[in-house]
Design a protein around this ligand. Structure first.
Ligand code: ZN
Length: 175
């Protein structure tokens, strides 16, 4: 297989139950389809040419057989995952988020855990400084909890292709 055009996202792999599983390279997804281990659900852009046949660039594929996935209790805490959880909005003013704020500031012993981090705009983050929201009369507009659900196998790790939104249960803002 040669000449993979415009491939920036990889391909989303769904379990036989349509639950999001993981993201693989477009090449890997194409091999799953060509070997009848998966079916093409959503085309990406372009056509893959192999010696024997042509295949639309896969954007979403679904496995033909159910794969049992071990339950992952902990979703990795990354900048991208925090933004995704909070919808790319500031937890204090709902403006576009650009920074990560520790609700209880790290300088005062606040931990870097899901329950103590929120997405914030630069202005709120700066204004808040090393105080807590309560101390300055602010209210958290999000509940900073660890995210749950299958979509987080994918969301925390890379920017999702807008074509995946239906499968990940995310809106345009997240894509
Ligand atoms: Zn703000």
């Amino acid at each position: 297989m040669v000449d993979i055009p415009g491939v920036q996202y990889g391909a989303l792999v769904l379990n036989a139950t349509y639950e999001p599983l993981c993201v693989v390279s477009v090449r890997r997804a194409a091999i799953l389809v060509l070997s009848a281990k998966a079916v093409l659900v959503t085309d990406g852009e372009g056509i893959l040419h192999s010696a024997r046949q042509n295949l639309p660039v896969p954007s979403v594929v679904r496995l033909n057989h159910y794969v049992r996935v071990p339950y992952r209790a902990h979703v990795g805490l990354s900048r991208r995952a925090i933004f995704a959880r909070d919808g790319w909005r500031c937890a204090y003013c709902r403006g576009p988020a650009e920074t990560i704020d520790h609700v209880m500031p790290r300088s005062r012993g606040g931990r870097h855990v899901w329950e103590n981090v929120v997405a914030a705009c630069a202005r709120c983050n700066h204004t808040k400084g090393d105080r807590t929201p309560v101390e300055i009369g602010w209210r958290l507009l999000v509940n900073p909890a660890a995210p749950k659900g299958a979509a987080w196998r994918v969301l925390g790790h890379r920017s999702p292709d807008p074509r995946w939104a239906d499968w990940l249960g995310i809106g345009e803002a997240a894509a």
